[in-house]
Write a protein that binds this ligand. Structure first.
Ligand code: NAP
Ligand code: G4F
Length: 320
């Protein structure tokens, strides 16, 4: 029997990779999109005729219930959110509505329409914020450092709470940063790969960045959607940390990206106070041993290969 999945945020980076992955597994894939005056389907253009799209907004409970009733999914992946950390200081209330309360609206929809649906919540390593221990695992306490991180902690615990209160199969995947050529241009890895490509092609002279000392555990998005799926195939609903266990600084990112095109990063990168944050997450590093043991999951793409893949893709995209 064909399995049916509903992916909220299918137009985003992860939504597009997850749709590719589920189609490869033989799923019937449905995705939700927000109404916009222009279509933003670039990331799913290649599979546009293989997925079914439905209008839904995390702010609108009725649209969530209607889509759940229409699609009758077995699995729901809740990837939709306001996902850019700096925007969460500019729009803290909207971030809370989408990224926090939106999760409750999804869970209420499932509880109302069909409590047997399996639910994945896109939680984040941003919840660890000012880290209490390194590396971070499923037991590490949270200390979020942005309205986004705070909203994700709410989304995480409301998922746990609905699992415990209503016996829903609801899991929270605590994913560390994951990137790809489909990453939004405002995130630092893509900003760097795009900047390197522009400088190499003579379209720009400098790259202005914020805190070069910040460290992250960066993996490849294509690897991480596999982990999401594996969590929903388990017998018991449980939460998992997903990451590579390897940490790099933004400075390392710049060095590797510029080196790949034969340039020295110090000659082009400028620190710009406009890109510093009111409160910073200095470092994040995953201990994903539970996922490795229980889900048989491991990352396949190294940080160096990921950076090179992104730079190559941007050079190809921008080349005349
Ligand atoms: P993304 O590229 O920013 O995609 C976000 C998606 O959410 C887009 O499809 C967007 O639609 C949709 N969306 C935003 N607000 C919505 C609303 N009110 N109603 C319905 N849809 C809405 O994010 P991503 O990198 O794919 O991340 C996916 C999820 O994982 C997010 O929840 C993010 O917070 C979380 N996460 C990401 C990472 C990471 O490193 N990528 C790590 C941990 C957790 P539009 O196209 O219309 O804007
Ligand atoms: O790429 P970033 O904007 O990602 P951030 O803030 O870690 O958030 C991403 O990962 C989270 C998982 O931990 C997700 F939940 C979230 O949705 C998102 O996908 O910034 C990474 C680091 C930060 O420390 C930032 O201060 O890079 C530093 N940075 C330095 N210069 C910069 C810049 N970040 C951005 N976006 N732009 C800069 O110019």
């Amino acid at each position: 029997m064909t399995k049916r999945a509903l992916v909220t945020g299918i137009t985003g980076q992860d939504g597009s990779y997850l749709a590719d992955f589920l189609l490869g597994k033989g799923y019937e894939v449905h995705g939700t999109v927000r109404r916009s005056s222009v279509e933003k389907f670039e990331r799913i253009q290649h599979i546009r005729d293989r997925v079914t799209l439905h209008q839904m907004d995390l702010l609108d409970q009725l649209s969530i219930i209607t889509v759940l009733e229409e699609v009758e999914p077995w699995e729901v992946y809740n990837l939709a959110a306001q996902s850019f950390v700096p925007t969460s200081w500019n729009q803290p209330l909207l971030t809370g509505e989408f990224t926090a309360l939106g999760v409750t609206r999804m869970l209420e929809g499932i509880r109302t329409v069909n409590p047997d649906i399996r639910f994945y919540q896109a939680s984040s390593s941003e919840m660890f914020g000012m880290v209490r221990q390194t590396p971070q695992n499923e037991e590490t306490p949270f200390y979020p450092r942005s309205p986004y991180g705070v909203a994700k902690v709410y989304g995480h615990f409301i998922t746990v709470n609905y699992r415990e209160s209503y016996n829903l199969f609801a899991v929270s995947g605590i994913l560390f940063n994951h990137e790809s050529p489909r990453r939004g241009l405002e995130f630092v890895t893509r900003k760097v790969s795009d900047g390197v490509a522009r400088i190499k092609l003579g379209m720009a002279e400098v790259l202005r960045l914020g805190n070069l000392d910040a460290c992250r555990d960066w993996g490849y998005a294509g690897d991480y959607v596999d982990a999401m799926w594996r969590m929903l195939q388990e017998e018991e609903a449980e939460d998992f940390v997903i990451g590579t266990g390897v940490m790099h600084s933004v400075r390392d990112l710049c060095r590797i990206a510029f080196e790949h095109v034969g340039l020295e990063w110090e000659a082009y990168v400028m620190e710009d106070p406009r890109f510093f944050r009111p409160a910073e997450v200095e470092e994040l590093c995953a201990d994903a041993s539970k996922a490795e043991e229980r889900l048989g999951w491991a990352p396949r793409v190294s940080f160096e290969d990921l950076v090179r893949m992104m730079v190559d893709a941007d050079i190809e995209r921008l080349s005349p």
